[in-house]
Write a protein that binds this ligand. Structure first.
Ligand code: SAM
Length: 181
């Protein structure tokens, strides 16, 4: 990734148990740590002997800090207020993101996928229309599909042929969700 990425930014989604290895790799590759973001979601799995897992980790890292771009008012104007008061862009840029998972009842079930809103948010703050977005683990093609919707170009890899075909079908059909046959 370091070799192919432009000096913009990278986002790594990970499980906590991989944190140690990830931090070592970032250090070895001289990638700079910018933010640790927490994606808060609802899971609905009741636990009786431990706390309920309801968040996921995202590392925001930079390839070249001097050249990195960030678009702080990409989603809200500088003086825009929230209905309940307070700065809208400040709230949007806090490092805990509460975004529900997407359940596609009645449609083709997909391999694990990120909610479109997370990808939209990342694209808005860290890329411009026409940029190329790389997802090395495409799954259902969610990052590519949302990148296309947001006017970005995309590329990526997927090792499971069925998933790759599913992602390709979504991209070619122009439909976000595909009806189950
Ligand atoms: C968590 S899913 C991806 C979710 C997707 N990026 C999204 O935004 O919704 C991870 C995917 O990576 C694929 N994968 C795992 N190892 C891979 C590899 N070495 N090369 C390409 N794809 C791989 C898996 O088959 C799986 O579909």
């Amino acid at each position: 990734m370091k070799r192919v990425l432009k000096p913009r930014a990278a986002f790594i989604f990970f499980r906590l148990e991989h944190l140690k290895e990830l931090l070592i790799v970032l250090d070895e590759l001289d990638l700079s740590f910018i933010n640790h973001l927490v994606w808060k979601y609802q899971f609905g799995l009741v636990t009786t002997r431990k706390y309920v897992t309801s968040h996921y980790h995202i590392l925001f890292v930079g390839v070249d800090e001097r050249k990195r771009k960030f678009f702080p008012y990409a989603r809200y104007e500088k003086d825009e207020k929230l209905p309940e008061g307070g700065s809208a862009h400040y709230k949007d840029k806090e490092d805990v993101w509460t975004i529900p998972r997407e359940y596609w009842t009645g449609d083709v079930k997909t391999p694990t996928k990120l909610p479109a809103e997370i990808i939209r948010k990342i694209l808005a703050y860290s890329s411009e229309p026409g940029d190329i977005v790389l997802d090395p683990f495409l799954g259902s093609g969610q990052v590519a599909v949302v990148s296309k919707m947001e006017g970005r170009r995309f590329t990526g890899f997927e090792v499971v042929p069925d998933y790759f075909q599913f992602a390709t079908k979504r991209l070619e059909s122009g439909s976000y969700r595909l009806k189950a046959e």
